[in-house]
Write a protein that binds this ligand. Structure first.
Ligand SMILES: C[S@@+](CC[C@H](N)C(=O)[O-])C[C@H]1O[C@@H](n2cnc3c(N)ncnc32)[C@H](O)[C@@H]1O
Length: 214
């Protein structure tokens, strides 16, 4: 409740709404498309973070890699406002925010071979079995991630929930993606990642690549 009150207080400030407005993308035009070429100042490889939370990871990464574009996707109305204020204040031409369900974006709106990397850190686990249907990862979603990745593109994923990790990795291992031994960039640097690193909680993280089979 205190967090909600704080978020509402931040949002009431005109300068916060101005900052958010400078990065928030409103999907328009054709209902089921989002044109990365139209929302960024220049064309560049696109990295997408699904469930970006408050943006700790993507703001730092967009600052570190000015030659790539970054789209932060967040479903929650309140969290996406805070995310947009933060991203807007960072004032980076290569960082934009969209409030929507990541499943809709990946399954329906992104063009084939348009994303160079996906970052999915600590997706909601929906622990009750009857709620598993709300989980982000399904074989269909994995197929959509694969279809929208460019050749050689990366998927980085981390979760603190052992059972969900097993399920996600099994789906990915059964897909056309190939496990990679490279580090997972957001594993320790998202809001949740930092919290888990500080408390010593086990985190299950993997990288996958879309390789070209010739
Ligand atoms: C557990 S939090 C992790 C946030 C951040 N990735 C981190 O590591 O700090 C999960 C986030 O995913 C968002 N989320 C849940 N389902 C989503 C969906 N279908 N599409 C986009 N975001 C989603 C939630 O609102 C929440 O902010």
């Amino acid at each position: 409740m205190a967090r909600l009150r704080k978020a509402a207080k931040v949002w009431r400030r005109p300068e916060a709404q101005r900052a958010a407005g400078s990065v928030l993308v409103q999907p328009g035009g054709d209902v089921f498309t989002i044109d990365a070429g139209a929302i960024f100042a220049s064309r560049a490889p696109l990295e997408v973070e699904l469930g970006a939370g408050k943006g700790d990871f993507i703001v730092a990464r967009a600052a570190e890699f000015p030659d790539r574009n970054f789209l932060a996707v967040e479903l929650s109305a309140i969290v996406s406002r805070m995310l947009a204020v933060r991203c807007g204040n960072a004032d980076l031409p290569n960082l934009r925010v969209v409030r929507m369900d990541g499943r809709t974006l990946v399954n329906l709106m992104l063009a084939p071979e348009s994303v160079s990397a996906y970052h999915i850190y600590f997706p909601d686990p929906w622990p009750k079995e009857r709620h598993h249907k709300h989980r982000l990862f399904t074989p269909h979603f994995v197929a959509s991630l694969t279809r929208t990745l460019v050749e050689g593109g990366a998927l980085y994923v981390a979760t603190d929930v052992a059972e969900y990790a097993r399920e996600i990795f099994a789906m990915l291992d059964a897909s056309e993606l190939v496990a990679s031994s490279e580090p997972v960039p957001g594993q320790l640097s998202t809001g949740f990642g930092r919290k888990f690193a500080a408390s010593g909680k086990t985190v299950y993280a993997r990288a996958y690549r879309k390789t070209v089979v010739k």
